[in-house]
Design a protein around this ligand. Structure first.
Ligand code: ADP
Ligand code: MG
Length: 338
């Protein structure tokens, strides 16, 4: 018998799904992107699903249920935005153990409602069942886009500019703070958690937002990224996906990777390298996209977009050029799920 860890998450998905050819001409994109794409004429439907498991993806010791509901929706919408599409509907399925009260689930749904209101999506279905222990939440998001505006992971070409929105690493550092305070609390329950002054980092972990604003800005500026992915597992892992699917190499400039000053400071307090947090942390839910250099003017005056490097020919590999001028092979660590 083979341990699932031998293949890794992506190896396992590939192993289980490689013998499922797409039979329907309307299945424009199946497995392998942020969302599947279904042909509906000039427009397409986009579908993406994600599952959150208590104890693996969230810890109720420091995650308010309302925040959890909000985040469960937002991370799915992020996958629809990552296709340069607009989310419209969500379906929410929950498996819950008897430790959850009606009031607790109302809190969860208050968060789900807040996200639906903010992002203007409709809750249109789901499923409810029991679980022997803890909670599992599965969200499916449905979106819409004009066929010619959809951005896949495989469209980047050598010479395209690599762009990143927002800032990276903060959600990971927020998680480190929450985990630290949990350990202190477990050792001594009379000590109150010290979260003073950490609102930014903790907010990035507990209440992420999806980059709807970027997709709207692209539309206004008539820009279609050549490739795009959302940054859920760290920049390094996501650039690997873009390069693998586009058949390119890449050069990331350390000096071009946006890191919030509070993340810089906190990384140093934890004796971590800030760039490592940005490259291998997770849950930023920012966008990583590539553009044709001739489209540079279309992003030049947009706020919160940073040029972090360039796509290269495949034989150039995937490299990080450090602030000190050294060139390293980029390593994709991402999250270990099993
Ligand atoms: P993301 O990080 O954007 O949520 P994932 O890494 O979870 O994407 O998944 C990568 C791709 O594999 C997606 O296209 C997803 O739909 C597909 N996938 C993941 N798990 C399975 C599975 N068990 N069966 C079929 N397809 C899957
Ligand atoms: Mg994604």
């Amino acid at each position: 018998m083979t341990d699932v860890n031998t293949l890794g998450e992506f190896g396992l998905i590939e192993h289980l799904t490689h013998s499922f050819p797409l039979r329907q001409p309307t299945s424009l994109k199946g497995i392998g992107d942020d969302a599947a794409v279904i042909d509906c004429g000039a427009r397409c439907a986009l579908v993406s699903t994600d599952m959150l498991v208590e104890g693996i993806h969230f810890d109720l010791a420091y995650t308010p249920l309302k925040h959890l509901g909000y985040k469960a929706i937002v991370v799915n919408l992020s996958d629809i935005y990552a296709m340069n599409a607009h989310p419209k509907q969500v379906l929410v399925s929950i498996a819950i153990s008897s430790k959850y009260t009606v009031e607790a689930l109302e809190e969860l749904y208050a968060g789900i409602r807040a996200a639906c209101e903010k992002y203007e999506v409709d809750l249109v279905g789901g499923d409810t069942t029991s679980s022997p222990r803890g909670m599992v939440i599965s969200v499916t998001a449905v979106g819409e886009a004009e066929k010619k505006r959809i951005a896949y992971r495989n469209g980047a070409r050598p010479g395209d500019l690599i762009c990143v929105t927002g800032d990276l690493g903060a959600a990971y550092l927020g998680l480190q703070i929450l985990e630290r305070e949990k350990r202190i609390w477990q050792d001594n329950p009379s000590v109150q958690p010290d979260l003073e002054g950490q609102a930014y980092l903790i907010g990035r972990q507990l209440k992420p937002e999806a980059r709807r604003d970027m997709i709207e800005a692209f539309e206004k500026n008539d820009l279609v990224p050549t490739a795009m992915i959302d940054i859920s597992d760290g920049l390094a892992s996501e650039i690997f996906h873009l390069c693998k699917q586009s058949g390119t190499g890449a050069l990331i400039e350390e000096s071009g990777v946006p890191i919030h000053p509070e993340a810089q400071l906190m990384a140093l307090k934890f004796r971590l390298d800030p760039i490592t947090c940005a490259l291998s942390g997770g849950e930023d839910y920012e966008l990583l996209f590539t553009i044709d250099p001739r489209d540079t003017d279309k992003i030049r005056f947009l706020p919160d977009i940073y040029i972090a490097g360039e796509m290269l020919a495949p034989d150039a590999g995937i490299k990080l050029s450090t602030k000190g001028g050294k060139l390293h092979d980029l390593k994709a660590q991402g999250w270990r799920h099993f």
